[in-house]
Design a protein around this ligand. Sequence first.
Ligand code: RP5
Length: 167
Amino acid sequence: MDNSKQPVVGVLMGSASDWEVMSGACRILEQFGVPFEARVVSAHRMPDEMFAYAESARGRGIKCIIAGAGGAAHLPGMLAAKTTLPVLGVPCVSKYLRGQDSLYSIVQMPKGVPVATFAIGEAGAANAAIFAVRMLAASDPVLARKMTEFMASQNQAARNMSLPTGD
Ligand code: RP5
């Protein structure tokens, strides 16, 4: 999926099976009007393409990479090893260990090679995208205003919550 405008965020995933989780990151970026590109780039099945992506991303105008993977989730870490861009890692839910393997694979990076690691699954994908928007908003007043509005709408939604107490 490519947005019409020049993408500034890369949303990568190790497999199409990660799309159910990673599509949540794309929805957030769409909501904020941030141009992005979404691709399957597998660390294990497409290592040469992964390195090529990491090496070319900055030159193509990408500002940060959100990378989701499951199981032996090497994609975010290997991207971080090959690019100077910030890499935001999303542990995707795996079949047998429910993403705990993904989390440990992504979060336990060696000193000097950072991956900002988010929660397993849906919340992690959404928060990685929100975090990417916040990074971009540091130098973009329009995005900053949208983030303020987003936070206000969350506040209002929480205030409007009711409990089934019958009171
Ligand atoms: C990882 O292996 C992917 O990120 C995915 O989460 C997992 C399983 O991939 P498939 O076998 O479903 O393609 O590389």
